[in-house]
Design a protein around this ligand. Structure first.
Ligand code: GLA
Length: 499
């Protein structure tokens, strides 16, 4: 299915504030580039993941939705040999000029232009596939209201919107959702963050009023579906603890990828499995690959009952085989894997730098199988739901269990995030959990429409005003997002400007 091109802003569930954002983008564009025309707008949203974190890069299904907050860009296409990017927030995102012939990323100099270059790299590769080798110049003005470092995929929204803009600017009008997802899933790897594919896929494939079941095997697909129960809603609250995936990658995100890769290789060895593909992002086995090999590839991802049985067994396998709960040293890993320290370094530590005292293989692998099990239990619950209250209680319980494991096994939560969850549960949330990478960012809460006001009031009084006594009403407004599932990436023509 192709990326939509729309002629106005009626796809937003809340048109008025977005109309104002577009007016601001147009004004800033005209100030930055006097006399130049806007050729089109490109847009891509953030996402919230309802359940299933730190499992996408192990190829287990996840359940996110695209949110209304998004990145928009006014785009001018021209015949120069450079791309100029500007932002309505010029203070945090100052003007940058990128020459078309040089998309090299300067890892030492952290700038938003690096993320644009990620988009340029993957767009260029795609355009070459389509026979386009000489790129157009561009002038862009961006505006984003996905909070930066808020755990709602601001970077994926930006990379996807930028990639879409570049491809459209170069004359491709039939780009499919599959292709935009396929090429952008690796975009952030170029700035050194070894992400999975959930964020980009949710940003591209979001649909109004629908959640997404994203699967990674046998191939990356997003299945949009509606919840069978009315009146329930997800409230998202930004903890206002900034989660910077990029800067903390060596001790947080990328380290999880490495720990899970080593855990997978160790399970392959200890279970004596053969022909397990080295399909993880760092070229090791994946925890999904281990499960598939152990059960002779008998789960195609569709039958939740089979998946539940196999994942339950995998949790026992972790208990039996990864017995060092204190954490593995490099020496111990080498011994168990029967490799030298040099081989260890090459296989696990050479692609993305990581720092650690011990490798928590037991905890991470257990998290992945338990969290994946909860996603399947949620799917089963959704497919059999009849009674609203019982659905809310059971789904909420799965979300709360997820939060405990994110905190204790994956160690991607922290005291303040846990506190925010507890406050929410005491004020009308059925389930509250950190969403996305964690180590800060946002919490997603499951509740019903009639309980939203009390939940928000409880959070304001018992979290925000306690943690941030000087918080302003505008900051509070930005921190609390009550978003319906929204449409994914699209191009917007300039027709509506003329009306
Ligand atoms: C980040 C990554 C995703 C995913 C989540 C955790 O958002 O970009 O690929 O791994 O963390 O679920």
């Amino acid at each position: 299915m192709s990326i939509s091109t729309v002629e106005d802003l009626s796809f937003y569930s809340n048109v008025e504030p977005n109309q104002q954002r577009f007016t601001e983008v147009v004004k800033t564009f005209q100030t930055n580039f006097p006399g130049d025309d806007i050729t089109f707008f490109a847009r891509s949203p953030g996402r919230v993941n309802l359940i299933g974190d730190h499992i996408d890069y192990n190829f287990f299904p996840v359940l996110p939705m695209a949110i209304a907050n998004d990145v928009i860009a006014a785009v001018n296409v021209n015949s120069t040999n450079e791309i100029i990017i500007t932002n309505t927030d010029a203070k945090d995102f100052p003007k940058e000029v990128i020459t078309l012939s040089n998309s090299q990323i300067d890892q030492e100099h952290h700038s938003w232009a690096n993320y644009f270059k990620c988009a340029l790299i993957v767009a260029k590769q795609y355009l070459e596939e389509r026979g386009v080798t000489s790129l157009k110049g561009m002038k862009l003005t961006f505006n984003g209201n996905v909070p930066t470092g808020g755990g709602l995929s601001s970077s994926a929204a930006f990379c996807v919107a930028s990639t879409l803009a570049i491809i459209r600017a170069n004359g491709i009008t039939d780009l499919t959702k599959q292709d935009l997802t396929r090429i952008t899933v690796v975009s952030e790897h170029y700035v050194g963050v070894n992400t999975g594919g959930m964020d980009q896929c949710a940003s591209v494939c979001g649909e109004p009023d629908k959640l997404l079941l994203i699967e990674f095997k046998p191939k990356l697909t997003a299945k949009p579906f509606k919840l069978p129960i009315q009146d329930l809603t997800f409230v998202i609250t930004n903890s206002l603890q900034v989660s910077n995936k990029h800067e903390t990658a060596p001790i947080h995100y990328n380290l999880r990828v490495v720990e899970m890769g080593i855990a997978a290789d160790l399970l392959v060895k200890k279970l004596g499995l053969e022909q397990v593909p080295n399909d993880s992002n760092i070229g090791t086995a994946s925890l999904r690959g281990v499960m598939d090999a152990k059960f002779g590839h008998s789960w195609d991802g569709n039958d939740a009952t089979v998946g539940i049985e196999q994942l339950t067994e995998m949790i026992n396998v972790v208990e039996e085989k990864l017995t060092n709960q204190k954490g593995y040293s490099i020496e111990e890993c080498c011994r168990e894997l029967d490799i030298t320290a040099k081989e260890f370094d090459q296989r696990y530590l050479s692609q993305f730098p990581v720092k650690f005292d011990t490798l928590k293989l037991y905890q991470r692998a257990k998290h992945v199988y338990k969290e994946s099990l909860r996603v399947l239990k949620t799917l089963k619950l959704i497919s059999t739901a009849t009674d609203k209250e019982s659905f809310l209680i059971k789904f909420g319980r799965l979300m709360n269990e997820s939060q405990v494991d994110l905190d204790e096994l994956n160690e991607s939560s922290n005291k303040k995030l846990n506190e925010l969850c507890s406050v929410a549960l005491a004020n009308g949330s059925y389930g509250s959990r950190v969403t996305g990478a964690g180590w800060g960012g946002s919490i997603v809460h499951l509740t019903t429409v009639d309980k939203v006001d009390a939940l928000i009031e409880g959070l304001i009084n018992n979290y925000y005003k306690v943690e941030f006594p000087n918080i302003t009403p505008a900051e509070l407004d930005d921190a609390i997002i009550n978003s319906k599932p929204s449409m994914g990436s699209c191009i917007i023509t300039t027709d509506f400007l003329k009306r």
